[in-house]
Design a protein around this ligand. Structure first.
Ligand code: BES
Ligand code: MN
Ligand code: ZN
Length: 496
């Protein structure tokens, strides 16, 4: 789908904005005047109130060249931000993507807190994100299921500034789509080796990619990661992706991702219902991969390293058992009491490796770590844990700006005690049904060196969602959550 910036658009369908109370903004008013009040009449007849995402569809109006006018609400004018404009554009694309129309014209207007240029670039972002599809394995799509839309024109006075912003934002869209594709791929196609190969491709856009195989991980002492990998015939991988866009010698930020390409639970086998969704248990690694792609494509002036731990968690005669004790790269030992609490095991070695090898200025890990975070926060917020107030604040702001919100949850010594065991330095579960997400975070924290600013994002509730897919910017199962947040965080806090 092509995005074009123009001063006056023409096409099959046009979309205009309206705010709370059903008030058309400038572009919509002009169109309504040309159409002899037809849109206003339709809005009234449909009891259109201008709420965010509310749509009035005006068909075949006289006096304008468009066959269809979509009046779409953005909600309260004062509260509407860039994300509201993205959703507005997303709703328009959602309506016309497979409608038979080939060309959509978006007429964004400025809002009290969104300049016209910002509105234009956000409209482009929203249109692109809303057009995402994962059709790789659909060989029998009927004509009315296939996207018909090929061009989106963004029509506004002085489009140059918006166009320039949108060109830069294309990198972010690429990153989000990369993450969505990785999360969507079936687990027979995407497993540690093939995931690593896809990351190798990031070399073509200027990243350095290093792939560790089991022998090397063995030598480094990554007993926790290898313990999880043991049950699968597909060997694990640990991949580092480096982007050196900052000054030479400046410490990088480390982004670490959980990449369980399929989580059966291992010997502590999960129940069958819904287990297929565990193909998405590499959502943290996908977010890191997508963020690295975005950062590299827009040539960010920062040093960033992504480290992803890739394993498949399977039962089998060679699988680790509840009761096993493994030794991590840090030297600390873990009693594995539940093989389904595997994410923290691979993160233990991955965050340690990231600190040991790259001496980062901060570590941010992302993981679909606990079902408990879905109980606590649903699919609306990721759980955030941090040992650093400034970093936590910066992540909150980045998530807010990009429509990928986080909600901070506590850490503390009393929770930490829950993973003490007489048999080893720690156990991998609390063993009672309390504070599941906090316990997971406390576990990872034991592998963060003193003085390293660190944040852990539990994205189990946000990496994917069950249908219906109401967010127009995330039209498929996989959301790509985390890519925009990380990219924004790097831009706001670490770029020179
Ligand atoms: N990958 C799961 C967490 C998960 C659950 C992600 C649902 C997305 C949706 C993780 O490996 C896991 O199994 N966690 C256990 C931890 C427990 C054994 C302490 C859980 O949440 O039940
Ligand atoms: Mn698990
Ligand atoms: Zn898992």
């Amino acid at each position: 789908m092509d995005i074009r910036f123009v001063t006056a658009g023409s096409g099959d369908v046009v979309a205009v904005m309206a705010t709370d109370g059903g008030d058309l903004l400038a572009a919509g008013k002009a169109l309504d005047t040309a159409a002899g009040g037809r849109s206003a009449k339709a809005m009234k007849a449909a009891n259109f109130q201008g709420g965010a995402g509310q749509v009035t569809d005006v068909l075949a109006p006289d006096g304008v060249d468009f066959a269809r006018v979509l009046v779409i609400g953005v909600g309260k004018a004062d509260g509407a931000d860039g994300m509201a404009v993205e959703r507005w554009a997303g709703h328009a694309v959602k309506r016309v993507l497979t409608s038979g129309a080939e060309k959509l014209v978006l007429q964004p207007d400025a809002l009290p807190s969104v300049s016209k240029a910002e509105a234009g670039s956000h409209a482009a972002m929203g249109a692109r994100l809303a057009a995402y599809r994962f059709d790789t394995y659909r060989t029998k799509l009927k004509p009315d299921q296939k996207p018909s839309l090929t061009v989106v024109e963004i029509a506004m006075d002085g489009p140059a500034a918006a166009k320039a912003r949108a060109e830069k934002d294309a990198a972010i869209v690429e990153g989000v789509f990369f993450a969505r594709d990785l999360v969507s791929e079936p687990p027979n196609v995407l497993y540690p080796e093939t995931f690593a190969e896809r990351l190798r491709d990031l070399e073509t856009i200027g990243c350095e990619v290093e792939i560790l195989e089991p022998e090397t991980m063995e030598r480094l002492g990554m007993g926790a990661l290898l313990g999880v990998a043991m049950g699968s015939s597909r060997p694990g991988r640990l991949v580092s992706i480096k982007w050196n866009g900052g000054s030479k010698g400046a410490k990088p930020v480390a982004l670490v991702g959980k990449g369980v390409t399929f989580d059966t639970g291992g010997i502590s086998l999960k129940p069958g219902a819904g287990m297929d969704e565990m193909k998405g248990d590499m959502g943290g690694a996908a977010a890191v991969a997508g963020a690295m792609k975005a950062i590299a494509l827009r040539k960010a002036k920062a040093n960033v390293v992504g480290v992803v731990a890739l394993v498949e968690n399977m039962p089998g005669s060679n699988a680790q058992r509840p009761g096993d004790i493994v030794t991590t790269m840090s030297g600390q030992t873990i009693e594995v009491l539940n093989t389904d609490a595997e994410g923290r095991l691979i993160l233990a070695d991955a965050v340690w490796y990231a600190q040991d090898k790259y001496e980062p200025s901060a570590v941010i890990d992302l993981a679909t770590l606990t079902g408990a975070v879905i109980i606590a926060l649903g699919n609306e917020n990721a759980g955030m844990f941090s040992n650093d107030e400034d970093l936590a604040h910066a992540i909150t702001v980045a998530g807010q700006t990009e429509g990928e919100p986080v909600w901070r949850l506590p850490l503390g010594a009393a929770y930490d005690k829950l993973i003490d065991t007489p048999n080893a330095d720690m156990k991998n579960i609390a063993g009672k049904p309390v504070a599941g997400s906090i316990v997971g975070a406390q576990f990872v924290k034991r592998f963060i060196k003193d003085g390293t600013p660190w944040a852990h994002l539990d994205i189990a509730g946000t990496a994917w969602k069950s249908g219906p897919y109401e967010d127009p910017l995330s039209p498929a199962w996989a959301t790509g959550y985390g890519v925009r947040l990380l990219n924004r965080l790097i831009q706001n806090r670490y770029e020179e």
